[in-house]
Design a protein around this ligand. Structure first.
Ligand code: OXD
Length: 316
């Protein structure tokens, strides 16, 4: 059995896999003709063109192991429905939680404005010393201590993030498809979201791109937040109404936002978001460094060979 391994990250396969041939491949180029008989494709950072080409030419393919948490790009590539896709869910929990925490701290302390002032050689008197909590004077959350944080999309990343925020004194509520308690975090469904939004200081989106989540962080959601609230999105760009966010920031009905993901990436040079006030932009940088990728591949490979259920199968 031939398994194609991407050269876009170091992958040391340590297990014994009789009858498995690992073939490295370049994720930016069509798979060489002699390897189009591969049964398994491991995907990391492949270009859309490379994936579309693989979907057509790898006619023996049975299983794709994605290393990204969100499999939307692979689903869109058009692989045959019988090809099983497993995702890299959980490989990015630490890095994405870290980046989100960084954005939340930046929103609270406005490190971005302080850095701008430093670059301009200016002592930002308005951001230091005695601080007023009023957003017109200090345009940030001020502190995460005591902040009401709502995390919409409460999967493994959200569950990694919640204790980091609570350690700083934030009160975290998750939003997911079933209510209950995960770890020690209360989780509600979208039925109870309007009430929760009214008391939210910071809304964090970690939603995947699906037809159900399209535009979930809508104009109505933004309007339901208090004017001092901030929004962070590290899920997928399609889950946020960017025009509504731009309007809310410019009209002052939302205090600020930090976005790592966008409907179009790279964010086009003419996007109004570049000049929206109190908007922090990071270039889809939250993940990008899967932790434990080789172990997941090994585990799934052993299960695949044994005919056992695979981990992280993507429903489609
Ligand atoms: C991912 C991402 O899906 O980084 O892993 O966006």
């Amino acid at each position: 059995m031939k398994v194609l391994l991407p050269t876009s990250l170091p992958l040391e396969m340590t297990g014994t896999h009789a009858d498995v041939t690992f073939v490295p491949y370049d994720v930016t180029l069509p798979v060489p003709q002699e390897h189009t008989d591969a049964e398994v494709l491991v995907v990391w950072g492949n270009t859309r063109g490379q994936l579309a080409d693989s979907a057509t030419r790898l006619t023996h393919l049975r299983w794709i192991q994605a290393l990204a948490a969100g499999p939307d790009v692979i689903i869109a590539a058009g692989f045959a429905p019988e090809v099983v896709i497993t995702s890299g869910r959980s490989l990015h929990d630490g890095p994405v939680a870290e980046h989100t925490l960084g954005l939340a701290l930046t929103a609270a302390r406005r490190l971005d404005l302080m850095h701008d002032a430093q670059r301009a050689g200016r002592w930002a008197r308005e951001l230091g010393g005695v601080q007023s909590a009023h957003p017109s004077i200090f345009p940030g959350l001020g502190t995460l201590d005591g902040a009401e944080v709502t995390v919409w999309g409460f999967g493994s990343i959200g569950q990694r993030l919640a204790p980091l925020l609570t350690a700083l004194g934030a009160r975290v509520v998750g939003v997911a498809t079933t209510a209950g308690t995960r770890g020690s975090t209360p989780v509600i469904t979208t039925d109870d979201l309007p009430e929760r939004l009214a008391e939210t200081d910071l809304l964090i989106g970690i939603l995947p791109a699906t037809p159900e989540t399209e535009g979930a962080i809508s104009a109505d959601v933004l309007t339901a937040l208090p004017a001092h609230a901030w929004v962070i999105n590290v899920g997928r760009g399609s889950t946020l109404d960017e025009d509504a966010l731009d309007f809310a920031l410019r009209s002052g009905t939302l205090a600020g936002a930090a976005l790592d993901v966008f409907r179009r990436e790279p964010l086009p040079a003419d996007s109004p978001l570049w000049t929206a006030p109190n908007l922090i932009i990071t270039p889809h940088a939250a993940g990008g460094r899967p932790q434990g990728a080789a172990a997941l591949i090994e585990k799934n490979l052993a299960a695949y060979v044994a005919g056992d259920p695979l981990t992280n199968v993507v429903a489609r």
